[in-house]
Design a protein around this ligand. Structure first.
Ligand code: PXL
Length: 277
């Protein structure tokens, strides 16, 4: 039977992020995405102008209706929350549906490059720590890892030239309860890497150097990890596929005039994710 993943995330008209990314990726990977929308926006919050319809008030109704219909899910995958109350609802959702065999993947979407996203609040960051503590796997970028662990982003990232850079990041990540952690988008002189920590194992996936940050790449990456894990891949193999898919999509974007706020050309690469079953 087709596996089902609840995707708790927003729907943004521009930015090719959150649900726009997850629904496409999971479907291509043979997983049914079941959206629990946190907000509907005209564009993601880094755009100069946008409007946002916060759906916090609708979330308990979704959860109750799904409970009444006795829905079952193979995964709960959470992304962007508009406020800390929504994270409370995500915890409630997990309490109701995270039975044996249901994976909780938390992408603790909060910020990048040492800063919180424009509309993100510190109170939500506290609630995110609790949610991440319940997860089977988390996919923070370096900024989000620092927020979760209390590490200082600027002092950690200032060591990027040192030989023990990845060990320092691994040491920080191991302070967290979660045993499977993929730290994404780690910038080094040579490129952008991902660090996959799984129990006692730590492996680095190295990628090309980029001068810009593209909207939605973290969401695409985590969505592929979610699909990969549900399709029986290890965290490392899932992250490797995710890294190659995102890398190719960025390369394709760079072939044409682009604006990084609008996201990457991933649509033509969805076939990279489709396995013949
Ligand atoms: O891709 C992360 C993200 C998701 N959703 C919204 C955002 C952002 C990043 O800014 O604003 C609404």
């Amino acid at each position: 039977m087709t596996k089902k993943a609840v995707v708790v995330n927003d729907l943004s008209g521009f930015g090719k992020c959150s649900l726009t990314a997850s629904v496409a990726v999971l479907s291509a990977m043979g997983i049914q995405p079941c959206p629990l929308p946190t907000a509907v926006l005209s564009a993601q919050t880094e755009f100069k102008n946008y409007v946002c319809k916060d759906l916090t008030g609708e979330m308990p109704g979704f959860i109750s209706a799904w409970k009444e219909n006795r829905e079952r899910f193979d995964a709960v995958y959470t992304g962007y929350f508009a406020n800390e109350k929504q994270i409370g609802y995500a915890l409630e959702l997990c309490g109701a549906f995270k039975k044996d065999g249901c994976m909780l993947l938390v992408d603790p979407v909060m910020g990048d490059e040492g800063r919180l996203y424009p509309a993100y609040h510190a109170a939500a960051a506290e609630a995110m720590k609790e949610l991440a503590g319940c997860a089977d796997i988390i996919t923070p970028n370096l900024t989000e890892l620092c927020i979760l662990t209390g590490e200082d982003y600027f002092s950690l990232s200032s060591n990027s030239e040192k030989s023990d850079y990845f060990e320092r990041i691994a040491d920080a990540a191991r302070k967290l309860e979660c045993r499977q952690i993929i730290v994404t988008g780690i910038g080094t002189k040579g490129g952008i890497s991902n660090l996959v920590l799984s129990d006692d194992d730590a492996r680095i996936i190295r990628g090309k150097r980029r001068n810009e940050r593209f909207s939605g790449t973290g969401d695409l990456f985590s969505s592929v990890v979610c699909g990969g894990m549900l399709n029986g891949k290890t965290p490392y193999d899932s992250a490797l596929l995710a890294a190659r898919f995102v890398e190719k999509s960025i390369d394709d974007t760079l072939c044409e005039p682009y604006d990084p706020l609008y996201g990457v050309n991933f649509e033509n690469n969805l076939s990279m994710l489709t396995e013949v079953k």
